[in-house]
Design a protein around this ligand. Structure first.
Ligand SMILES: Cc1cc2nc3c(=O)[nH]c(=O)nc-3n(C[C@H](O)[C@H](O)[C@H](O)COP(=O)(O)OP(=O)(O)OC[C@H]3O[C@@H](n4cnc5c(N)ncnc54)[C@H](O)[C@@H]3O)c2cc1C
Length: 478
Protein backbone atom coordinates (compact mmCIF):
# COMPACT_ATOMS: atom_id res chain seq x y z
CA UNK A 1 0.00 0.00 0.00
CA UNK A 2 1.38 3.42 -0.92
CA UNK A 3 1.72 6.08 1.75
CA UNK A 4 -0.98 8.12 0.02
CA UNK A 5 -3.42 5.20 0.03
CA UNK A 6 -2.60 4.50 3.68
CA UNK A 7 -3.22 8.12 4.67
CA UNK A 8 -6.51 8.09 2.73
CA UNK A 9 -7.59 5.01 4.67
CA UNK A 10 -6.72 6.69 7.97
CA UNK A 11 -8.64 9.82 6.93
CA UNK A 12 -11.66 7.69 6.06
CA UNK A 13 -11.57 6.17 9.56
CA UNK A 14 -11.00 9.24 11.72
CA UNK A 15 -12.25 12.08 9.49
CA UNK A 16 -10.58 15.45 9.01
CA UNK A 17 -10.72 16.28 12.77
CA UNK A 18 -8.83 13.13 13.55
CA UNK A 19 -5.77 13.73 11.37
CA UNK A 20 -3.06 16.28 12.08
CA UNK A 21 -1.38 16.86 8.74
CA UNK A 22 0.30 20.24 9.06
CA UNK A 23 3.96 19.70 10.11
CA UNK A 24 3.76 22.77 12.36
CA UNK A 25 0.75 21.30 14.16
CA UNK A 26 2.48 17.91 14.35
CA UNK A 27 5.44 19.32 16.24
CA UNK A 28 3.79 19.04 19.66
CA UNK A 29 3.33 15.31 19.03
CA UNK A 30 6.83 14.50 17.82
CA UNK A 31 8.89 16.32 20.39
CA UNK A 32 8.81 15.78 24.14
CA UNK A 33 8.42 17.94 27.23
CA UNK A 34 12.16 18.35 27.64
CA UNK A 35 12.95 18.72 23.94
CA UNK A 36 15.17 15.66 24.19
CA UNK A 37 13.60 13.92 21.20
CA UNK A 38 12.53 15.17 17.81
CA UNK A 39 10.87 12.38 15.87
CA UNK A 40 9.03 12.25 12.57
CA UNK A 41 5.61 10.73 12.03
CA UNK A 42 4.03 9.37 8.88
CA UNK A 43 0.80 10.66 10.39
CA UNK A 44 -0.60 11.92 13.68
CA UNK A 45 -3.98 10.28 14.18
CA UNK A 46 -6.53 11.28 16.81
CA UNK A 47 -9.34 8.72 16.87
CA UNK A 48 -12.58 9.59 18.63
CA UNK A 49 -13.67 6.12 19.81
CA UNK A 50 -12.43 2.65 20.63
CA UNK A 51 -13.80 1.40 17.31
CA UNK A 52 -11.81 4.05 15.46
CA UNK A 53 -8.67 3.08 17.38
CA UNK A 54 -9.24 -0.55 16.40
CA UNK A 55 -9.79 0.39 12.73
CA UNK A 56 -6.59 2.49 12.74
CA UNK A 57 -4.65 -0.42 14.24
CA UNK A 58 -6.00 -2.78 11.56
CA UNK A 59 -5.06 -0.27 8.83
CA UNK A 60 -1.53 -0.09 10.27
CA UNK A 61 -1.33 -3.90 10.38
CA UNK A 62 -2.30 -4.09 6.70
CA UNK A 63 0.22 -1.41 5.74
CA UNK A 64 3.01 -2.73 8.00
CA UNK A 65 3.21 0.58 9.85
CA UNK A 66 4.15 0.80 13.52
CA UNK A 67 2.13 2.71 16.11
CA UNK A 68 3.28 5.02 18.90
CA UNK A 69 0.42 5.56 21.37
CA UNK A 70 0.42 8.95 23.04
CA UNK A 71 -1.61 10.63 25.76
CA UNK A 72 -0.61 14.01 27.19
CA UNK A 73 3.01 13.63 26.03
CA UNK A 74 4.37 14.44 29.48
CA UNK A 75 6.37 11.21 29.75
CA UNK A 76 9.99 11.83 30.54
CA UNK A 77 11.66 8.84 28.87
CA UNK A 78 10.70 9.24 25.20
CA UNK A 79 8.13 6.41 25.31
CA UNK A 80 5.52 8.41 23.41
CA UNK A 81 7.98 9.73 20.81
CA UNK A 82 8.14 8.36 17.26
CA UNK A 83 11.59 7.50 15.94
CA UNK A 84 13.31 9.63 13.33
CA UNK A 85 12.54 7.20 10.47
CA UNK A 86 9.13 8.69 9.72
CA UNK A 87 7.67 5.20 9.27
CA UNK A 88 5.49 5.22 12.41
CA UNK A 89 2.24 6.94 13.23
CA UNK A 90 1.52 8.71 16.48
CA UNK A 91 -1.87 7.61 17.78
CA UNK A 92 -3.04 10.30 20.18
CA UNK A 93 -5.85 9.46 22.62
CA UNK A 94 -6.49 13.13 23.39
CA UNK A 95 -9.92 13.25 21.74
CA UNK A 96 -11.11 10.30 23.81
CA UNK A 97 -11.40 12.39 26.95
CA UNK A 98 -14.84 11.68 28.41
CA UNK A 99 -15.80 10.55 31.89
CA UNK A 100 -18.29 7.80 31.05
CA UNK A 101 -19.70 6.88 34.45
CA UNK A 102 -19.24 7.71 38.12
CA UNK A 103 -20.41 5.19 40.71
CA UNK A 104 -20.00 6.92 44.10
CA UNK A 105 -21.75 4.06 45.89
CA UNK A 106 -19.35 1.48 44.46
CA UNK A 107 -16.38 3.90 44.63
CA UNK A 108 -15.49 3.62 40.95
CA UNK A 109 -15.38 5.73 37.79
CA UNK A 110 -15.20 4.70 34.13
CA UNK A 111 -13.24 6.99 31.80
CA UNK A 112 -11.79 7.12 28.33
CA UNK A 113 -8.02 6.82 28.13
CA UNK A 114 -7.46 10.40 26.96
CA UNK A 115 -9.13 11.87 30.05
CA UNK A 116 -6.78 14.39 31.66
CA UNK A 117 -5.83 13.38 35.20
CA UNK A 118 -7.01 16.68 36.68
CA UNK A 119 -10.46 16.21 35.14
CA UNK A 120 -10.68 12.83 36.85
CA UNK A 121 -9.62 14.31 40.20
CA UNK A 122 -12.18 17.12 39.87
CA UNK A 123 -14.95 14.77 38.82
CA UNK A 124 -14.26 12.54 41.81
CA UNK A 125 -14.29 15.59 44.13
CA UNK A 126 -17.62 16.74 42.69
CA UNK A 127 -19.02 13.38 43.85
CA UNK A 128 -17.44 13.70 47.31
CA UNK A 129 -14.83 11.12 46.37
CA UNK A 130 -11.06 11.12 45.87
CA UNK A 131 -8.99 9.84 42.98
CA UNK A 132 -5.60 9.94 44.67
CA UNK A 133 -3.17 9.88 41.74
CA UNK A 134 -1.45 13.24 41.92
CA UNK A 135 1.64 14.52 40.10
CA UNK A 136 2.99 17.80 38.80
CA UNK A 137 1.93 17.05 35.22
CA UNK A 138 -1.70 16.37 36.23
CA UNK A 139 -3.09 19.26 34.18
CA UNK A 140 -1.78 17.67 30.96
CA UNK A 141 -1.14 13.94 31.44
CA UNK A 142 -3.88 11.45 30.62
CA UNK A 143 -5.08 8.42 32.51
CA UNK A 144 -4.05 6.19 29.58
CA UNK A 145 -0.49 7.49 29.93
CA UNK A 146 -0.64 7.22 33.73
CA UNK A 147 -1.68 3.59 33.55
CA UNK A 148 0.71 2.74 30.72
CA UNK A 149 3.63 4.08 32.76
CA UNK A 150 2.22 2.86 36.10
CA UNK A 151 2.67 6.44 37.28
CA UNK A 152 3.48 7.20 40.88
CA UNK A 153 3.29 10.74 42.17
CA UNK A 154 2.99 12.18 45.62
CA UNK A 155 0.45 9.91 47.33
CA UNK A 156 1.80 6.45 46.49
CA UNK A 157 2.88 6.14 50.09
CA UNK A 158 -0.76 5.83 51.16
CA UNK A 159 -2.76 4.77 48.08
CA UNK A 160 -0.25 2.93 45.89
CA UNK A 161 0.78 3.71 42.30
CA UNK A 162 -1.47 3.70 39.23
CA UNK A 163 -1.63 -0.11 39.21
CA UNK A 164 -3.35 -0.05 42.61
CA UNK A 165 -5.91 2.52 41.45
CA UNK A 166 -7.40 0.65 38.49
CA UNK A 167 -10.02 -2.08 38.49
CA UNK A 168 -10.57 -2.77 34.80
CA UNK A 169 -9.28 -1.91 31.34
CA UNK A 170 -10.31 -1.94 27.72
CA UNK A 171 -7.41 -2.46 25.35
CA UNK A 172 -7.06 -2.53 21.57
CA UNK A 173 -4.63 -5.33 20.76
CA UNK A 174 -1.97 -5.21 18.03
CA UNK A 175 -4.30 -7.27 15.80
CA UNK A 176 -7.03 -4.62 16.09
CA UNK A 177 -9.18 -6.84 18.32
CA UNK A 178 -10.76 -5.15 21.33
CA UNK A 179 -10.28 -6.76 24.75
CA UNK A 180 -13.07 -5.67 27.05
CA UNK A 181 -11.82 -6.05 30.60
CA UNK A 182 -13.86 -3.11 31.91
CA UNK A 183 -14.82 -4.87 35.11
CA UNK A 184 -15.35 -2.99 38.36
CA UNK A 185 -14.32 -6.03 40.36
CA UNK A 186 -12.14 -5.94 43.43
CA UNK A 187 -11.73 -9.69 43.30
CA UNK A 188 -11.17 -11.64 40.11
CA UNK A 189 -8.90 -14.68 40.18
CA UNK A 190 -9.56 -16.06 36.74
CA UNK A 191 -6.14 -16.92 35.41
CA UNK A 192 -3.39 -14.59 34.27
CA UNK A 193 -4.07 -10.96 35.12
CA UNK A 194 -4.28 -9.28 31.73
CA UNK A 195 -5.01 -5.91 33.29
CA UNK A 196 -1.73 -5.96 35.16
CA UNK A 197 0.09 -6.90 31.97
CA UNK A 198 -1.00 -3.71 30.22
CA UNK A 199 -0.38 -1.44 33.21
CA UNK A 200 3.19 -0.20 32.86
CA UNK A 201 3.61 -1.69 29.36
CA UNK A 202 4.26 1.79 27.90
CA UNK A 203 2.14 1.10 24.86
CA UNK A 204 4.28 -1.83 23.70
CA UNK A 205 1.54 -4.47 24.02
CA UNK A 206 -1.64 -2.64 23.06
CA UNK A 207 -3.56 0.61 23.33
CA UNK A 208 -5.52 1.33 26.49
CA UNK A 209 -8.81 2.91 25.44
CA UNK A 210 -10.94 2.90 28.61
CA UNK A 211 -10.46 2.22 32.30
CA UNK A 212 -12.47 1.62 35.45
CA UNK A 213 -10.78 3.48 38.31
CA UNK A 214 -11.02 3.07 42.07
CA UNK A 215 -12.19 5.95 44.21
CA UNK A 216 -11.73 6.74 47.91
CA UNK A 217 -13.68 8.90 50.37
CA UNK A 218 -12.94 12.61 49.98
CA UNK A 219 -10.53 13.97 52.61
CA UNK A 220 -12.16 16.16 55.27
CA UNK A 221 -9.12 17.02 57.33
CA UNK A 222 -5.63 17.85 56.21
CA UNK A 223 -2.37 19.10 57.69
CA UNK A 224 0.63 20.14 55.61
CA UNK A 225 4.03 21.01 57.04
CA UNK A 226 7.31 22.30 55.66
CA UNK A 227 10.05 20.83 57.81
CA UNK A 228 13.79 21.45 57.94
CA UNK A 229 15.60 18.26 58.92
CA UNK A 230 19.21 17.61 59.77
CA UNK A 231 19.74 14.88 57.16
CA UNK A 232 17.99 12.33 54.94
CA UNK A 233 18.36 9.87 57.82
CA UNK A 234 16.39 12.26 60.04
CA UNK A 235 13.72 12.50 57.33
CA UNK A 236 13.33 8.73 57.20
CA UNK A 237 13.14 8.49 61.00
CA UNK A 238 10.61 11.33 61.19
CA UNK A 239 8.42 9.58 58.63
CA UNK A 240 8.73 6.26 60.36
CA UNK A 241 7.42 7.82 63.60
CA UNK A 242 4.75 9.82 61.76
CA UNK A 243 2.86 6.73 60.60
CA UNK A 244 1.77 5.92 64.14
CA UNK A 245 1.58 9.56 65.31
CA UNK A 246 -0.88 10.33 62.50
CA UNK A 247 -2.85 7.11 63.07
CA UNK A 248 -1.68 5.95 59.66
CA UNK A 249 -2.79 9.14 57.89
CA UNK A 250 0.52 10.17 56.26
CA UNK A 251 -0.48 10.61 52.62
CA UNK A 252 2.69 12.31 51.31
CA UNK A 253 6.28 12.70 52.38
CA UNK A 254 8.67 14.48 50.06
CA UNK A 255 12.36 15.15 50.58
CA UNK A 256 14.21 18.05 48.97
CA UNK A 257 17.79 19.28 49.10
CA UNK A 258 18.63 22.97 49.39
CA UNK A 259 20.01 23.09 45.84
CA UNK A 260 16.56 22.37 44.39
CA UNK A 261 14.86 24.94 46.64
CA UNK A 262 17.33 27.58 45.48
CA UNK A 263 16.48 26.80 41.84
CA UNK A 264 12.74 27.10 42.54
CA UNK A 265 13.24 30.42 44.35
CA UNK A 266 15.35 31.68 41.45
CA UNK A 267 13.09 30.66 38.57
CA UNK A 268 9.50 30.45 39.78
CA UNK A 269 7.84 33.84 40.25
CA UNK A 270 6.15 34.21 43.64
CA UNK A 271 8.03 31.32 45.27
CA UNK A 272 9.13 32.16 48.83
CA UNK A 273 11.17 30.35 51.45
CA UNK A 274 8.78 29.36 54.27
CA UNK A 275 11.50 29.29 56.93
CA UNK A 276 13.86 32.04 58.08
CA UNK A 277 17.13 30.07 58.09
CA UNK A 278 18.88 28.09 55.36
CA UNK A 279 18.97 24.33 55.82
CA UNK A 280 20.43 21.49 53.77
CA UNK A 281 17.37 19.23 53.74
CA UNK A 282 13.62 19.74 53.82
CA UNK A 283 10.59 17.48 54.13
CA UNK A 284 7.11 18.33 52.91
CA UNK A 285 4.71 16.14 54.83
CA UNK A 286 0.97 15.85 54.41
CA UNK A 287 -1.47 14.03 56.65
CA UNK A 288 -5.05 13.69 55.52
CA UNK A 289 -8.13 11.83 56.63
CA UNK A 290 -11.72 11.35 55.55
CA UNK A 291 -12.73 12.00 59.17
CA UNK A 292 -13.58 15.65 59.80
CA UNK A 293 -12.09 17.27 62.92
CA UNK A 294 -14.75 17.31 65.61
CA UNK A 295 -15.92 20.90 66.18
CA UNK A 296 -14.95 22.26 69.54
CA UNK A 297 -13.02 19.20 70.62
CA UNK A 298 -9.62 20.56 71.49
CA UNK A 299 -6.86 18.73 69.67
CA UNK A 300 -9.07 16.32 67.72
CA UNK A 301 -7.85 17.23 64.22
CA UNK A 302 -4.71 16.37 62.25
CA UNK A 303 -3.03 19.78 62.56
CA UNK A 304 -2.78 19.68 66.37
CA UNK A 305 -1.55 16.09 66.21
CA UNK A 306 1.06 17.06 63.63
CA UNK A 307 2.14 20.02 65.71
CA UNK A 308 2.65 17.75 68.72
CA UNK A 309 4.60 15.25 66.61
CA UNK A 310 6.89 17.91 65.16
CA UNK A 311 7.34 19.53 68.56
CA UNK A 312 8.53 16.24 70.01
CA UNK A 313 10.82 15.68 67.02
CA UNK A 314 12.34 19.12 67.52
CA UNK A 315 13.26 18.22 71.05
CA UNK A 316 15.11 15.12 69.91
CA UNK A 317 16.89 17.07 67.15
CA UNK A 318 15.27 15.27 64.20
CA UNK A 319 13.53 18.47 63.18
CA UNK A 320 15.41 21.77 63.03
CA UNK A 321 12.52 24.08 62.17
CA UNK A 322 9.01 23.70 60.77
CA UNK A 323 5.96 25.59 59.54
CA UNK A 324 2.47 24.11 59.41
CA UNK A 325 0.17 25.61 56.76
CA UNK A 326 -2.73 27.44 58.34
CA UNK A 327 -4.83 27.72 55.17
CA UNK A 328 -5.35 25.94 51.86
CA UNK A 329 -3.49 28.80 50.18
CA UNK A 330 -0.44 28.26 52.36
CA UNK A 331 -0.57 24.51 51.80
CA UNK A 332 -0.72 25.14 48.05
CA UNK A 333 2.30 27.46 48.23
CA UNK A 334 4.29 24.80 50.12
CA UNK A 335 3.34 22.17 47.56
CA UNK A 336 4.30 24.54 44.72
CA UNK A 337 7.87 24.60 46.06
CA UNK A 338 8.02 20.84 45.61
CA UNK A 339 6.02 20.59 42.38
CA UNK A 340 8.09 23.27 40.63
CA UNK A 341 11.39 21.44 40.98
CA UNK A 342 11.20 19.97 37.44
CA UNK A 343 10.19 23.28 35.88
CA UNK A 344 12.94 25.16 37.76
CA UNK A 345 15.54 22.62 36.66
CA UNK A 346 14.37 23.01 33.08
CA UNK A 347 14.72 26.81 33.26
CA UNK A 348 18.13 26.60 34.91
CA UNK A 349 19.60 24.68 31.97
CA UNK A 350 20.78 21.18 31.14
CA UNK A 351 20.31 18.41 33.64
CA UNK A 352 20.41 14.63 33.83
CA UNK A 353 17.57 12.81 35.57
CA UNK A 354 17.70 9.60 37.55
CA UNK A 355 14.33 8.32 38.71
CA UNK A 356 15.57 5.69 41.13
CA UNK A 357 14.27 3.74 44.09
CA UNK A 358 15.81 1.79 46.93
CA UNK A 359 14.29 0.40 50.12
CA UNK A 360 13.31 3.38 52.31
CA UNK A 361 15.69 2.47 55.12
CA UNK A 362 18.61 2.30 52.65
CA UNK A 363 17.90 5.73 51.17
CA UNK A 364 20.15 7.83 53.46
CA UNK A 365 23.24 5.72 52.75
CA UNK A 366 22.44 5.72 49.04
CA UNK A 367 22.12 9.53 49.00
CA UNK A 368 25.47 9.95 50.71
CA UNK A 369 27.23 7.63 48.27
CA UNK A 370 25.35 9.05 45.27
CA UNK A 371 26.24 12.67 46.03
CA UNK A 372 29.89 11.72 46.46
CA UNK A 373 29.83 9.77 43.18
CA UNK A 374 28.37 12.71 41.25
CA UNK A 375 30.96 15.16 42.57
CA UNK A 376 33.74 12.70 41.89
CA UNK A 377 32.56 11.94 38.35
CA UNK A 378 32.12 15.57 37.35
CA UNK A 379 33.54 18.14 39.77
CA UNK A 380 31.40 21.30 39.65
CA UNK A 381 28.17 19.52 38.78
CA UNK A 382 25.17 20.40 40.96
CA UNK A 383 23.20 17.46 42.37
CA UNK A 384 19.47 18.14 42.79
CA UNK A 385 18.02 15.22 44.74
CA UNK A 386 14.31 15.39 45.57
CA UNK A 387 11.31 13.16 45.65
CA UNK A 388 9.11 10.63 47.32
CA UNK A 389 11.11 9.61 50.37
CA UNK A 390 8.19 7.58 51.67
CA UNK A 391 8.43 5.34 48.59
CA UNK A 392 12.22 5.18 48.63
CA UNK A 393 11.97 6.96 45.25
CA UNK A 394 14.18 9.93 44.49
CA UNK A 395 14.68 12.05 41.43
CA UNK A 396 18.42 11.93 41.90
CA UNK A 397 19.08 14.60 39.32
CA UNK A 398 22.24 16.38 38.30
CA UNK A 399 22.33 19.95 37.01
CA UNK A 400 25.23 20.97 34.81
CA UNK A 401 28.06 23.06 36.21
CA UNK A 402 27.15 26.78 36.03
CA UNK A 403 27.27 28.15 32.51
CA UNK A 404 27.69 24.85 30.64
CA UNK A 405 25.66 24.23 27.49
CA UNK A 406 23.81 21.00 26.81
CA UNK A 407 26.29 19.25 24.44
CA UNK A 408 29.20 19.91 26.79
CA UNK A 409 27.28 18.56 29.77
CA UNK A 410 25.70 15.60 27.98
CA UNK A 411 29.16 14.35 27.03
CA UNK A 412 29.42 13.35 30.72
CA UNK A 413 25.89 11.94 31.03
CA UNK A 414 26.74 8.29 30.50
CA UNK A 415 29.49 8.28 33.11
CA UNK A 416 27.38 10.11 35.69
CA UNK A 417 24.33 7.90 35.14
CA UNK A 418 26.48 4.78 35.12
CA UNK A 419 27.97 5.70 38.49
CA UNK A 420 24.51 6.33 39.97
CA UNK A 421 22.88 3.22 38.50
CA UNK A 422 25.75 1.02 39.75
CA UNK A 423 25.09 2.32 43.27
CA UNK A 424 21.34 1.79 42.85
CA UNK A 425 21.82 -1.82 41.80
CA UNK A 426 24.35 -2.32 44.58
CA UNK A 427 21.66 -1.14 47.02
CA UNK A 428 19.12 -3.59 45.55
CA UNK A 429 17.15 -0.73 43.94
CA UNK A 430 15.49 0.09 40.62
CA UNK A 431 16.81 2.34 37.84
CA UNK A 432 13.29 3.47 36.99
CA UNK A 433 10.90 3.87 39.88
CA UNK A 434 8.02 5.64 38.19
CA UNK A 435 8.79 7.13 34.78
CA UNK A 436 9.30 3.87 32.93
CA UNK A 437 11.90 2.80 30.39
CA UNK A 438 10.76 4.26 27.05
CA UNK A 439 13.66 4.97 24.72
CA UNK A 440 15.83 6.61 27.32
CA UNK A 441 16.60 3.58 29.48
CA UNK A 442 16.29 0.69 27.07
CA UNK A 443 20.03 -0.02 27.17
CA UNK A 444 20.21 0.41 30.93
CA UNK A 445 17.35 -2.06 31.42
CA UNK A 446 19.14 -4.55 29.19
CA UNK A 447 22.31 -4.01 31.21
CA UNK A 448 20.93 -4.07 34.74
CA UNK A 449 18.10 -6.64 34.58
CA UNK A 450 18.85 -10.35 34.64
CA UNK A 451 18.84 -12.41 31.48
CA UNK A 452 15.89 -14.42 32.88
CA UNK A 453 13.77 -11.32 33.44
CA UNK A 454 14.59 -9.93 30.01
CA UNK A 455 13.82 -13.26 28.35
CA UNK A 456 10.39 -13.39 29.99
CA UNK A 457 9.68 -9.79 28.93
CA UNK A 458 10.72 -10.51 25.34
CA UNK A 459 8.64 -13.69 25.28
CA UNK A 460 5.57 -11.70 26.35
CA UNK A 461 6.23 -9.01 23.76
CA UNK A 462 6.74 -11.54 20.94
CA UNK A 463 3.63 -13.48 21.90
CA UNK A 464 1.33 -10.47 22.06
CA UNK A 465 2.85 -8.35 19.30
CA UNK A 466 4.53 -10.80 16.92
CA UNK A 467 5.02 -8.21 14.16
CA UNK A 468 6.56 -5.73 16.66
CA UNK A 469 4.23 -3.00 15.54
CA UNK A 470 3.26 -1.62 18.92
CA UNK A 471 5.68 1.10 20.02
CA UNK A 472 8.79 -0.73 18.79
CA UNK A 473 12.18 0.15 20.24
CA UNK A 474 10.69 1.01 23.63
CA UNK A 475 11.15 -0.94 26.91
CA UNK A 476 12.73 -4.09 25.36
CA UNK A 477 14.27 -4.77 21.98
CA UNK A 478 13.08 -7.98 20.36
C1 LIG B 1 6.56 18.14 35.46
C2 LIG B 1 6.38 16.66 35.42
C3 LIG B 1 6.26 15.95 36.61
C4 LIG B 1 6.07 14.58 36.60
N1 LIG B 1 5.94 13.93 37.79
C5 LIG B 1 5.73 12.60 37.78
C6 LIG B 1 5.55 11.90 39.00
O1 LIG B 1 5.61 12.45 40.09
N2 LIG B 1 5.32 10.58 38.93
C7 LIG B 1 5.26 9.90 37.74
O2 LIG B 1 5.04 8.70 37.73
N3 LIG B 1 5.46 10.55 36.57
C8 LIG B 1 5.68 11.86 36.56
N4 LIG B 1 5.87 12.52 35.39
C9 LIG B 1 5.92 11.76 34.13
C10 LIG B 1 4.56 11.75 33.39
O3 LIG B 1 3.75 12.79 33.74
C11 LIG B 1 3.80 10.51 33.71
O4 LIG B 1 4.57 9.44 33.30
C12 LIG B 1 2.43 10.44 33.02
O5 LIG B 1 1.82 9.32 33.60
C13 LIG B 1 2.44 10.29 31.52
O6 LIG B 1 1.12 10.48 31.03
P1 LIG B 1 0.88 11.04 29.55
O7 LIG B 1 -0.58 10.98 29.26
O8 LIG B 1 1.51 12.35 29.36
O9 LIG B 1 1.61 9.92 28.69
P2 LIG B 1 2.57 10.08 27.42
O10 LIG B 1 3.75 10.87 27.76
O11 LIG B 1 1.78 10.54 26.27
O12 LIG B 1 2.98 8.55 27.21
C14 LIG B 1 3.76 7.89 28.16
C15 LIG B 1 3.91 6.41 27.72
O13 LIG B 1 2.65 5.75 27.76
C16 LIG B 1 2.26 5.30 26.46
N5 LIG B 1 0.83 5.61 26.34
C17 LIG B 1 0.21 6.80 26.52
N6 LIG B 1 -1.12 6.64 26.42
C18 LIG B 1 -1.33 5.33 26.17
C19 LIG B 1 -2.50 4.54 25.96
N7 LIG B 1 -3.72 5.07 26.01
N8 LIG B 1 -2.35 3.21 25.72
C20 LIG B 1 -1.12 2.64 25.67
N9 LIG B 1 0.01 3.34 25.85
C21 LIG B 1 -0.10 4.67 26.10
C22 LIG B 1 3.13 6.06 25.48
O14 LIG B 1 3.36 5.31 24.29
C23 LIG B 1 4.40 6.23 26.28
O15 LIG B 1 5.18 5.08 26.21
C24 LIG B 1 6.04 13.89 35.36
C25 LIG B 1 6.15 14.60 34.18
C26 LIG B 1 6.33 15.96 34.19
C27 LIG B 1 6.43 16.69 32.89
Amino acid sequence: MSDAAFLDRLAAIVGARGLVSDPADQRGYVTDWRDNYLGTALAVVRPGSTEEVAAVVRACADAGVAIVPQGGNTGLVGGGMPHETGREIVLSLQRMNRVLEVDPLGYSMTVEAGCVLRTIQETAAAHDRLFPLSLAAEGSCTIGGNLSTNAGGVQVLHYGNARALVLGLEVVLPSGEIWNGLRALKKDNTGYDLRDLYVGAEGTLGIVTRAVLRLWPAPRDRAVAWIAVASPAAAVELLSDAHAASEDNVTSCELMGRQGIDLVLRHIPGAADPLAGRHDWYVLMEWSSSRAPRPGANGSGLAPAMEAHLGAAMETGLVLDAAIASSDGQAKALWALRENHSEAQKREGPSIKHDISVAVSRLPAFIERGLAAMHETLPGCRPVPFGHVGDGNLHFNCQSPEGWDKPRFMAHAERISGAIYDLVVDAGGSISAEHGIGRLKIDELAHYRSRTELDVMRAIKRALDPANRMNPGKVVRV
